[in-house]
Design a protein around this ligand. Structure first.
Ligand SMILES: [Zn+2]
Length: 84
C-alpha cells in the first residue's frame, strides 16, 4: 500500500457520538456545542489521534480560537476569558 488509508468515516462518527454523549457541552466554555466540533487534546499536527481519549467536545468558536495551542495553555486562556 503506497497510499495512506483514508479515515473510516463510520468509525469517526461513532467516536464523535461517544464524545458528545460524554461531554454534552463545550469542554472549554460549557456552552452548548452547536454545531458540535471535536477538539484534539494532543493536536493532530503533533501526533494526536482521533480517539475518544484524545478528543473533547468543543463549540465552534472555542475550537477555532484554540487551533493548535497546547491543552493547558488554552485551558487557562479560556478560563480567563470567561468573566460572567
Ligand atoms: Zn466553547
Amino acid at each position: 500500500m503506497s497510499r495512506k488509508a483514508k479515515p473510516n468515516s463510520a468509525r469517526k462518527r461513532r467516536i464523535q457520538q461517544r464524545v458528545i454523549e460524554r461531554d454534552r457541552v463545550c469542554h472549554w466554555c460549557s456552552a452548548p456545542a452547536d454545531p458540535p466540533t471535536m477538539d484534539h487534546i494532543i493536536p493532530a499536527s503533533q501526533g494526536g489521534n482521533f480517539s475518544v481519549a484524545n478528543l473533547v467536545l468543543a463549540c465552534w468558536s472555542c475550537n477555532q480560537a484554540r487551533a493548535d495551542r497546547p491543552y493547558h495553555y488554552y485551558r487557562r486562556y479560556a478560563c480567563n476569558s470567561i468573566t460572567g
